[in-house]
Design a protein around this ligand. Structure first.
Ligand SMILES: C[S@@+](CC[C@H](N)C(=O)[O-])C[C@H]1O[C@@H](n2cnc3c(N)ncnc32)[C@H](O)[C@@H]1O
Length: 250
């Protein structure tokens, strides 16, 4: 099957949409299986690869099929400025669970307890990828592989494990829950096998998560400020882990 549109449609069901050049670049770097990739301008996409992603240029050259703007718009809901889109195979739940359970754990797992905002979830996955975290687990109803989350994560879902679990199924390891009422995080060194949990944007940590927590930690905050944004809280906590001994994976 050589026609790019037929190829796309044959792989679309259940696949992860990689929207834009950077999402495709990241996904390829971290081993995603990409059965279909299209662009409205092959020469421009390959020039961008030459400039920004020489490591995946040859792969992109082999993968990218040129389609018209009308054909491209029929495949993606919101055309990306780079005119590039691709489909990746979503890793199996079993593979994600294996990655989350692997021991000894060399970097924390981030837990988002019932997050509501898809953009926050995407930003957190991007952070987890950058810091080399073991994975991002969500509890509750939000699908961490929702297309808007994947868009926010810039294709970096493939650089870390991403899965939805119940609180009772969370990976083993000391659980540090972040809450403005906790102990100042600056007095604590976070171990590499930590499970770092963050509450919902609306209601904070659930009673179930609090009951499972070994420690409650607070990020420094001036009086009269109620809380930080969820994704920025994850950023500060991962930075604290890295600055006190943990290190982004090479
Ligand atoms: C927007 S806040 C939740 C605010 C919510 N109204 C509440 O009652 O907690 C989202 C999450 O970010 C984390 N967070 C925000 N500010 C924090 C702080 N100063 N210290 C520790 N965690 C914080 C917590 O995990 C919190 O549940």
């Amino acid at each position: 099957m050589t026609d790019p549109l037929s190829r796309w449609r044959a792989h679309a069901e259940g696949a992860v949409l990689l929207d834009g050049f950077h999402a495709l670049k990241h996904a390829l770097r971290f081993g995603a299986e990409v059965p279909a990739a299209v662009t409205t301008d092959r020469a421009a996409a390959l020039a961008l690869a030459e400039e920004l992603a020489g490591d995946v240029r040859a792969t992109l050259d082999a993968l990218l099929a040129e389609v018209s703007e009308r054909e491209y718009a029929s495949l993606v809901p919101r055309p990306h400025p780079t005119g590039v889109a691709a489909l990746a195979v979503r890793p199996s739940r079993a593979a994600q669970l294996r990655a989350l359970a692997r021991t000894p754990r060399t970097a924390p797992v981030v837990v988002l307890d019932n997050p509501r905002n898809l953009g926050n979830a995407g930003a957190v996955i991007r952070l987890a990828a950058g810091f080399g975290a073991t994975g991002v687990v969500t509890t509750g109803t939000l699908d961490p592989w929702h297309p808007t989350v994947v868009r926010g994560g810039a294709g970096l879902h493939f650089a870390t494990a991403v899965e939805r679990l119940d609180v009772a199924e969370l990976p083993a390891g000391p659980l540090f829950a972040l809450d403005p009422e906790g102990e100042d995080i600056r007095g604590t060194r976070l171990p590499d096998d930590a499970v770092l949990a963050f509450g919902s944007e609306r209601t904070g940590l659930s009673a179930q998560l609090r009951a499972r927590a070994d420690h409650l930690l607070a990020l420094p905050m001036r009086p009269q400020v109620s809380s930080y944004n969820l994704a920025t809280s994850v950023a500060m906590t991962l930075y604290h882990w890295s600055a006190t001994g943990g290190a982004p994976a090479a």
